[in-house]
Each structure stands twice: as C-alpha cells, then as structure tokens.
Design a protein. Structure first.
Length: 134
C-alpha cells in the first residue's frame, strides 16, 4: 500500500498557473531620465545663484544694508522692528528713510526715525551718513 503525499494536489486537473514576474523597463528608464533632469536643473540653479553679482543693485539691497548699519548702533539689535521704510536713489547711491522700534538699555521699546545714505563700491555697501537714532 502506498502512502498519499500530503503536499500533492488531490485533483491534478485543478492546477493554477504560477504568476510570472513582468518588468517594465521603459518605466524605469523614464524615472532615471526625470531624476537626471531634476539634478541638472538643481545644479544650474546653484550655479546661477553663485553668479548673483551680475545684477544691478536696487533699493531693496540698499534697505538691507541700511538696516544692518542701524542695527549695529542699537543696544538690543535683535529686538529691532523696521517700519515705513522707503528708498530713493539709483546706481551706486541710495537714501533710505524709516522708523525702527527697539529696546533701549532699560528694556523699553523706543521708536526712532532714521535717514541712512549708502553707496555701493564693488560688492560692498558703505555708510555715507546715518541720522535720527537716539
């Protein structure tokens, strides 16, 4: 007498085909191409940002320079809040006016109006005059 195989299919006509693995080579290649393009774009943006000196200075650049000069003269520069900031000028010379609220040496918030004149020489902003701070 033979012993039945427990792993054997009891009904040999009831077999299901084993699924086969299908690969989509075109999809994988497309993903690699897109990834490569993204990397190239990022490198291009980084190179362009390093060449930032090619653009002409504007009034907002002068405002940033003046705000730094103002903060350098405050007791608590980290508390500075600028408002009503406006700029006039062009080329390498600008005048920036506005107000700054900042803490004094006693911790009280004090508002000061300022007028700042700056000039650009190469890549460096120089302070011409700064008036109005207490």
């Amino acid at each position: 007498m033979t012993t039945p195989d427990p792993n054997a299919n009891p009904n040999p006509s009831d077999t299901t085909p084993t699924p086969t693995k299908q690969t989509n080579k075109a999809g994988g290649t497309a993903i690699l191409i897109v990834f490569g393009l993204v990397v190239l774009c990022c490198v291009g943006v980084m190179i362009a940002s390093m060449k930032g000196g090619d653009r002409a200075p504007n009034g907002y650049d002068a405002e940033i320079a003046c705000e730094k000069f103002v903060k350098d003269r405050l007791k608590a520069p980290s508390t500075a809040k600028f408002s009503n900031v406006q700029h006039t000028g062009g080329g390498g010379r600008w005048t920036v006016t506005g107000a700054v609220d900042a803490q004094n040496s006693f911790g009280a918030m004090i508002r000061s109006n300022f007028t700042c004149s700056v000039r650009l020489d190469g890549d460096t902003w120089y302070l011409v005059s700064l008036t109005g701070l207490n």
